[in-house]
Design a protein around this ligand. Structure first.
Ligand code: CTP
Length: 412
């Protein structure tokens, strides 16, 4: 199963130096199973030729409004009409201005006119003076108001050798937004999710710490999946190499104690909590502010127990939905059910890292979802993003069983 398989994306490229980055993004989208069709403006073709994008997307690149072949003369209607989303990357100030003001004077602007602003994601990229120009800002604000998604440009060194705002957002941010928008469904709108991710780090001295192999991939995938259903998501994450989705409110923590503080603070307003973080059960009993020097053949390290955050949340559960994770190598299902009961959870997601494709840091996982009612759902090996979608589907089922007051009973 791959939920992005057969999703259709129209990828529009307009003329700026960031065109070269579009190649990498298209490659990422195609790798996810998305059917990408590319349309380029004339100016975009001055930077990179269509052949690159034809090869990466496996489709001819469209650019002529009036092609010689009559069969494709209505593609400006059919292709954006069929697309699940339209991504304009890079989007120039000129293109943004045209779209905001209803101008359709070439193939791409006409296609976007057909698709409508709500289906369109724009990734602006331009020089800082252009980006800061109040006319551009007003056009961007107008498109946001019409429902377009804007992947705001980043800050950094620009092609014109100045430093400022305007460089194309990172590839990870653009891919994450595309994934979320392609699967958009707002049935969780108004619900507050609190999701934890990644490992914690428990310092021994300024240069050493105890941690684990968690990559954060599962928690970040859950964040995307919840956002795509229209939920508000607070992501509390330990150190990872990943870029959080733009629309998540992200809090970065290091230790289990920091995670505990952040989670407890956000708990009162959360309807759904998913603890996918690998929280360290112990921390060094003493922290040395000076670097520890080696002494003798062995040393003894005393560790102190950290609070079990999820167990604490379970004590004050009220109407909330609580989802935990468990990693087990023996008596997998029995141990996970025990944890579910002890921590007062609604669901627990368990995996065995010794199984193929289910190791830490892998892009895939093979999990079993257990419910409070004793149900056991074995999922096949799949991408973590799809595992996340399945977990969110289970939460959707539980949400339906909640009384209509569910949203209001939490102290928001
Ligand atoms: N968890 C937590 N606080 C901790 C430790 C774990 O909130 N200090 C959460 C994890 O985020 C996860 C679940 O509890 O959702 C895992 O349960 P746990 O019993 O800690 O699993 P293991 O660490 O695998 O336990 P054990 O080592 O005893 O098997």
């Amino acid at each position: 199963m791959n939920t992005l398989q057969n999703k259709k994306l129209l990828f529009g490229i307009t003329g700026g130096i960031a065109v070269y980055k579009a190649a990498e993004i298209i490659r990422g989208l195609v790798k996810m199973g998305i059917d990408v069709q590319v349309a380029m403006t004339k100016h975009a073709q001055q930077f990179v030729t269509p052949l690159t994008f034809e090869t990466l997307s496996n489709h001819p690149v469209m650019s002529e409004m009036f092609p010689a072949d009559e069969m494709v003369a209505t593609r400006h209607i059919g292709i954006p009409g069929d697309a699940d989303a339209v991504l304009i990357c890079p989007a120039t100030a000129n293109f943004i201005g045209k779209m905001a003001n209803g101008i359709a004077d070439d193939l791409l602007t006409t296609m976007v006119m057909v698709a409508g602003p709500e289906k369109t994601i724009l990734c602006p990229a331009m020089n800082t003076e252009m980006w800061d120009n109040p006319v551009v800002q007003k056009n961007v604000a107008l498109l946001r108001e019409y429902g377009s998604k804007i992947v705001d440009p980043g800050h950094g060194e620009l092609a014109c050798h100045t430093i400022g705002a305007g460089r194309l957002a990172s590839i990870e941010r653009i891919l994450s937004t595309a994934r979320i928008e392609l699967l958009r469904n707002n049935d969780f709108s108004g619900l507050n999710f609190l999701i934890t991710a990644g490992p914690t780090e428990e310092p021994l001295d300024p240069v050493r710490y105890i941690t684990n192999l968690s990559s954060g991939k599962m928690g970040f995938a859950l964040t995307e999946a919840a956002l795509s259903r229209g939920a508000n998501v607070m992501l509390i994450t330990g150190h990872t190499e990943l870029t959080p989705p733009d629309d998540a409110e992200t809090i970065f923590v290091r230790t289990a104690a920091e995670m505990e503080r952040a989670v407890l603070q956000a708990y009162s307003s959360a309807h759904v909590v998913i603890m996918s973080a690998a929280v360290s059960d112990y921390r060094p009993a003493d922290y040395s502010p000076s670097k520890l020097k080696k002494e003798g053949d062995s040393i003894l390290l005393t560790l102190k127990r950290n609070t079990d955050i999820l167990a604490e949340l379970g004590k004050e559960k009220k109407d909330r939905l609580l989802v935990g994770f468990a990693v087990e190598t023996d008596n997998v299902v029995a141990n996970a059910f025990r944890k579910l009961r002890e921590k007062n959870l609604d669901l627990i997601v368990v995996n065995n890292p010794n199984e193929e494709g289910a190791a830490f840091r892998s892009d895939t996982n093979r999990v079993t979802i257990l419910s409070r009612e004793g149900e056991e759902k074995d999922l096949s090996l799949m991408e973590k993003f799809d595992v996340a979608r399945q977990i969110i589907d289970e939460i959707a089922v539980l949400k339906e069983l909640k009384p209509a007051s569910f949203k209001t009973t939490i102290e928001v």
